[in-house]
Design a protein around this ligand. Structure first.
Ligand SMILES: NC(=O)c1ccc[n+]([C@@H]2O[C@H](COP(=O)([O-])OP(=O)(O)OC[C@H]3O[C@@H](n4cnc5c(N)ncnc54)[C@H](OP(=O)(O)O)[C@@H]3O)[C@@H](O)[C@H]2O)c1
Length: 298
């Protein structure tokens, strides 16, 4: 299969390159294809003629976006529109990687794909705008229950594109919570970590495998794809130190005691029943974390 993936130098890009080995792959990042440049996007996609575009490139600086709304929307909304437009000209399917931050985080049951969104940050708003660009606004509204839902399998989805929402990503090639904790452990014997935000840590390898599975099923619409189970950042830190044998004293703190520019959802657990019902089994976040820590030793 001919596949272009954006964000090739990012965390997810690293694993997409490995998991999709054997396909005719073209990885692009800012230098090869700035997604905010409509003509460049049309040229690169037009020349390669992919069947699928895995679109992982994004403005991912959650706190930075609070004071750079224009920059975040330029990449996450306009950049995605450019890709979707060029993809439709060559008949390619777009797989857009989205986030739990499109939700408010006030649903103690966790979130299903068609639950109401309510981003709390500029980053979340801009990623949601990218979702709407991916399915077309009216298609997106049908999927998340904003409009009359027709009977039948396709539920009114107007194109073949796919949105995979994930959360709390970590993996090779990036700045992430696991790496931050391991670095801090070298210099601080005691750490305070937020215990009132709960989510599902997800290894990029597992996300890339779920994306491959969904492409093979020709899935469309929205799917939640995270490692199984959930925890707070405090629990996550404890597990990182336990599995890596670091002796660090971790104490829980509340979000109020640790303010950040962007508001984070308090409980943004993504339910993966829809993905699982197709036959995909996601590993627990603890097993995936162990795998990542083993792989970074090699
Ligand atoms: N990280 C998380 O916790 C998390 C959680 C949920 C969902 N997601 C989503 O998952 C996807 C992958 O995340 P990630 O952590 O792998 O991201 P990442 O490591 O930050 O990689 C994103 C890549 O996109 C590139 N990029 C940014 N602007 C671009 C532009 N205008 N044109 C072309 N490339 C551009 C970045 O280049 P520069 O470094 O030069 O900017 C970077 O190489 C993203 O869509 C993100 O929104 C992430």
């Amino acid at each position: 299969m001919k596949i272009i993936f954006t964000g090739s130098k990012g965390q997810l890009g690293y694993q997409i390159a490995r998991v999709f080995e054997g396909n005719e792959l073209l990885g692009v990042d800012r230098e090869e294809m700035d997604i905010t440049d409509r003509d460049e996007v049309a040229r690169v996609i037009g020349e390669f003629q992919p069947e699928v575009i895995i679109h992982g490139a994004a403005y991912t600086n959650v706190d930075g976006a609070e004071t750079d709304r224009e920059g975040a929307f330029l990449v996450n909304e306009t950049g995605t529109k450019n890709i979707v437009e060029a993809a439709s000209k060559v008949g390619a399917k777009v797989v857009y990687v989205s986030t739990d931050y499109v939700f408010a985080g006030d649903n103690a049951e966790g979130y299903l794909e068609d639950d109401k969104t309510g981003p709390q940050s500029v980053y979340g708003e801009s990623k949601l705008a990218g979702e709407k660009a991916t399915l077309g606004v009216s298609g997106w509204e049908l999927v998340v229950g904003g409009g009359d839902r027709p009977d039948g399998d396709d539920q009114g989805i107007i194109n073949n594109n796919l949105i995979v929402r994930t959360a709390w990503l970590y993996g090779e090639n990036g700045k992430n919570f696991v790496e931050t904790m391991l670095k801090l452990a070298e210099i601080q014997p005691e750490l305070k970590v937020v215990s009132d935000q709960v989510g599902s840590p997800t290894y990029t390898k597992d996300l890339a495998l779920a994306i491959k599975f969904l492409i093979e099923k020709d899935a469309k619409g929205i799917f939640h794809t995270v490692n199984a189970g959930n925890c707070s950042w405090y629990d996550f830190a404890g597990k990182i130190f336990e599995l890596s044998g670091k002796k660090v004293q971790v104490s829980p703190v509340s979000t109020v005691e640790f303010p950040r520019p962007a508001k984070r959802p308090a409980y943004s657990v993504l339910i993966t029943d829809k993905l699982n019902s197709l036959g995909f089994e996601n590993r627990t976040w603890q097993t995936a974390l162990e795998d990542y820590l083993d792989s970074r030793k090699k």
